[in-house]
Design a protein around this ligand. Sequence first.
Ligand SMILES: C[S@@+](CC[C@H](N)C(=O)[O-])C[C@H]1O[C@@H](n2cnc3c(N)ncnc32)[C@H](O)[C@@H]1O
Length: 319
Amino acid sequence: MQISSDIKRQATYENLIQQSKAAELSLYNLAKTTEKLMRKANLHHHFFGDLTLYQTALHLALFALSLPYEYENKALLNKMLSENETRSILNLIEIRIAKRIPVAYITHETKYLGHSFYINEHVLVPRSIMNTRFQDFLGMATWENYRVLDLCTGSGCIGISLALFHSNIKVDLVDLSPEALKVADINIHKFNLENRVKTIQSDLFDNLAGQKYDLIISNPPYVSTKDYNRTPEEYKNEPKMALESGKDGLEIVHRMLAQAKNYLNPEGLLIAEVGYASAKLIKKKYKKIKFTWYPYRRPDGTTSWLAMDGIFLCRAGDL
Ligand SMILES: C[S@@+](CC[C@H](N)C(=O)[O-])C[C@H]1O[C@@H](n2cnc3c(N)ncnc32)[C@H](O)[C@@H]1O
């Protein structure tokens, strides 16, 4: 059965299938060949995790075969593939290439701060650049009622990670999308956090009347309509409402800055990721707010010499 409508790719797939029929195709060789196909197809994989293209191919192969994600395991790499195994792997590779579907949507799983989160196409693939600073942020909070709000939660990756770091806090995960909240609920259950973490459907603060938090943290949509329209196809497979936020990209952030104070304890903190382009606009527009800005930090803790502000922190009293 044909796997791809692309003639050249189909020929490469046929070749691999022939090798598997002759018991001459190893997992390693399949990953190397399909890595080349992905490179040729110009996939945008950089923003969807740390996997190289070779690891992406291997990852999909290991997923198809229900094998552990051990990229360096020689015994696995040397495994010879049957025709059926080869076909099932190539079908997934083709989905990644032809439909530009991010890997996490194919495997329904992604790692965030070392934890495995359930993911589907109703939530952004977790990649918030705030994650290397979560423990610092928790340490900066003045705790009054130990309540945290993860606004625009998607999969719940931010609020759940915070709850895993700090066993005293209670976290509300808020999103406008009911489908996203179903994913967040699955993740709450996955990490046994039902007693401390819950989901609330709300258009930002609309359904949170009377609630007060020590920390509001958010990775909201912050891409302008113009930028959204020119993003690579992979992003178009993510929910538009997770990325696009009006003409200047700040529709949601403007509302957040206007309302957050009413939902914070007097010493409460508001922290949000807004990206470099939006940071420039915010600095220009909100001259009176005392923000502390943070650049992106690599997982090893270093900051690039191109250190670009992308996360802000401000205190309730300064809003
Ligand atoms: C950039 S995604 C972030 C998801 C997750 N926090 C993460 O870092 O992976 C933004 C999320 O905001 C949600 N959202 C968009 N508009 C919203 C609104 N008005 N109120 C609440 N959530 C909203 C989207 O559904 C999406 O899940």
